[in-house]
Design a protein around this ligand. Structure first.
Ligand SMILES: NC(=O)C1=CN([C@@H]2O[C@H](COP(=O)(O)OP(=O)(O)OC[C@H]3O[C@@H](n4cnc5c(N)ncnc54)[C@H](O)[C@@H]3O)[C@@H](O)[C@H]2O)C=CC1
Ligand SMILES: N[C@@H](CC=O)C(=O)O
Ligand code: NA
Length: 431
């Protein structure tokens, strides 16, 4: 059979990894795909020193690659929104299948990309976009298709988990660990996407769509990052038997689908609490299967290349199938997507860790407790940390409460004369 020709656009961390693994495992991959896969051209601004591209056509014009009539599959690894969208749309218009690792692109523009692909009878595959090398999209979209998914929760940003782990284990400084994550190729081009939760929200948006059969709705995701987590919070959480993890959580409720990304305190024995460094994990609860968890490297050149190439192989295997016989982009048939709304974060019910800084004066704790009790918020634990200063940290753990009620209580607590600074809050989940 004729080889399948691919064009790689972007030869950075993931592009370089993809080129190298395609070359190194060419024979094994061909035995799986049924045809050999040849890199016909590379669109790159510069060479990647880790890649021996001798003999492969390289152009700085990625659109030349997207229009090249010889190429069957475009692998988009340039990242970002606008140029990537134009590139992918150009490839689709030219009848090419697309494989991408770009979660920002899929979460924000996926609905229009899939509609265009459907019209042109081409495939768009994006396994590498969520949790890097873990085949979690395939697992949910295909392996769990007999289930009604109840909820999923995951550590889906490698950089963020690497930072939290290094802060906890080695007491390292936030900025220092972030710089290392960048040097290792884990971080996004704009690392605020990692630390402010935007990258995780992109990935959660995609996971929620394939789990619940809803259109991609990134703009409705509640997004909070890890930049406000202090070493003290990490330590207090440990003392209470919890760990702080940055989670994406999506849950089916009566009022809609929760879509939220935020630091979360989970019991130290929970599986997700023991996922460290750049590792990611996604826990999925389905009505038939119960809980399943998917674990592996969430970022890095070759782990991500593993997912990109698996998509290429999938596309090659499905080349002769028409669009109605392929796995739908969002797991559910395009005409069967549900209109279930995304529920506002104010409706979410969870426990809370609150950290207050109060003046060391009698009666303050009683006032705080009475505000919580007026809002019918029950306290599980209250700890006043010993310091020799006038202002002392007070830690409160509450039982489950609706976010709206907690917001109102926090406003009242912050208004007390003896409460200084904003109250730090971290949601607590028993996953
Ligand atoms: N680094 C990782 O571990 C992971 C990255 N991703 C995603 O993969 C994609 C690529 O990420 P990385 O490889 O880390 O980024 P990178 O910054 O290392 O590589 C991107 C490459 O594309 C090139 N590029 C950008 N615009 C271009 C243009 N107009 N013409 C020609 N070349 C252009 C850049 O020069 C750079 O070499 C992003 O969408 C990212 O979110 C997904 C999973 C993991
Ligand atoms: N920047 C991302 C890369 C993979 O998606 C991360 O750190 O998880
Ligand atoms: Na993946």
């Amino acid at each position: 059979m004729k080889p399948v020709k691919v064009g790689i656009c972007g030869l950075g961390t993931v592009g370089g990894g993809t080129f190298n693994v395609l070359k190194r495992n060419a024979e094994e991959i061909a035995r799986r795909a049924g045809r050999s896969i040849v890199v016909e051209a590379i669109g790159a601004r510069r060479e990647n020193p880790d890649c021996d591209t001798q003999g492969t056509h390289i152009t700085a014009d990625i659109f030349e690659v997207a229009r090249n009539p010889e190429i069957d599959i475009i692998i988009e690894l340039i990242g970002g929104y606008d140029t990537a969208l134009e590139l992918v749309m150009t490839a689709i218009e030219n009848g090419k299948h697309v494989v991408t690792a770009n979660k920002a692109l899929i979460a924000v523009h996926g609905n229009e990309i899939f509609a265009a692909a459907q019209k042109k009878n081409v495939m768009v595959a994006f396994e590498a976009a969520v949790a890097g090398g873990i085949p979690v999209i395939k697992a949910i979209r295909e392996g769990l298709s007999g289930n009604r998914i109840n909820w999923l929760a995951g550590i889906i940003n490698g950089t963020g988990n690497f930072i939290l782990t290094e802060m906890r284990d080695k007491g390292r400084d936030f900025a220092d660990v972030l710089a290392e994550a960048q040097a290792l190729g884990y971080a996004e081009a704009d690392p605020t996407f990692d630390v402010e939760g935007i990258d995780a929200a992109h990935k959660l948006t995609i996971l929620a769509s394939i789990a619940f059969g809803i259109p991609l709705q990134f703009d409705k995701a509640y997004t909070e990052g890890i930049s406000n987590i202090t070493a003290a919070d990490v330590q207090y959480a440990e003392e209470l038997g919890y760990r702080i993890k940055h989670l994406g959580i999506s849950r089916r409720t009566e009022s809609g689908i929760e879509l939220r990304v935020h630091p979360t305190m989970i019991p130290e024995k929970a599986l997700l609490a023991n996922v460290h460094g750049v590792m990611n994990a996604v826990l999925v609860d389905g009505d038939a299967v119960g809980q399943t968890m998917y674990y592996g490297a969430g970022a890095g050149a070759e782990p991500t290349a593993s997912a990109v190439i698996a998509d290429v192989v999938d596309v090659v295997r499905m080349l002769t199938a028409d669009r109605d016989n392929r796995v739908p982009h969002l797991a559910f048939q395009p005409g069967s997507l549900s209109e279930m709304p995304i529920s506002p974060v104010e409706e979410v019910v969870s426990g809370y860790y609150l950290r207050l800084t109060v003046n060391e004066r009698p009666g303050v704790l009683a006032k705080v407790a009475s505000i919580l009790s007026e809002s019918e918020i029950s306290i599980n634990a209250i700890v006043q940390k010993e310091t020799h200063q006038q202002q002392v940290p007070v830690i409160i753990l509450t039982q489950d409460v609706k976010e709206k009620l907690m917001n109102e209580a926090i406003v009242k607590i912050e208004a007390l004369a003896d409460v200084n600074e904003a109250v730090t809050r971290i949601r607590v989940e028993h996953l």
